[in-house]
Design a protein around this ligand. Sequence first.
Ligand code: URA
Length: 209
Amino acid sequence: MAIPDDVALADARERARSAETLDELKELLDGFDGCNLKITAKHTVFGDGPKTADLMFIGEAPGRDEDMAGVPFVGRSGQLLNRMLEAIGLEREAVRVTNTVPWRPPGNRAPTLAETQICLPFVQRQIELVRPKIVVCLGSPSAKAILGSAEGILRMRGKWQSYSFDLAADATIPAIAMLHPAYLLRQAAQKRLAWRDLLALKAKLDELR
Ligand code: URA
C-alpha cells in the first residue's frame, strides 16, 4: 500500500480528534496499530516538554537513542538542539518537542509517505492541544508534512508561514522551517544560516509575548 486508503486515514483523524488532552492522545497512539513502524520500535516517542508551550519543535522521526529513551531529540541532534535553544536564551525544558512520526523507522530509514500521512493527524492534534505561539519544523520532511511545502529546505528555511489548525479552520499560527540539527552536525558551515533563523525565531517570540 503506497498511500493509506481513505478509510485508514479517516480512522486516524477521528481517533486523533477525539483526544481532549495530551495524555489521552498519547494513550490513543499507544493503542493505534495503523502504522507498521510501531512493530519494530521499542517505544512510542510521543513528545517532550510542557503540556502548553510557546514554542513547538517538530523533527522527522526518532532515532536509536530516542527509541531507547522514549523521548524525542535526546541523542546528538537533540544535544545540538539544546545548545541552539540556549544560544537564544531558551531552555529545552520550556519548549515542546516532537516528531512527525512517533516510532523509529528500522535502521533509521526515512519514513515513507504512507507512514507519515497516517501519523500526521496525531501530530496535528498535538499541536492543537499544546497551542504554541510558534511552530518550528526541523528539516525538510517535517516542513513538507506539517506545512505542506514542496520547496527544498534551503529555500524554505527562515521564511515565516502560517500553520492552520485542522479543527478550528480560522485559527492560524506563525510557523517556520529551520535546518535540522542532524544536517548541521554534518554541514557545520550551514550553522550561520541556522543562527540567522534562530535570531528571527527569538525576535518573533519576543514580539508575540
Ligand atoms: N532526529 C529527529 O528528527 N528526531 C529525533 O527525535 C531525533 C533525531
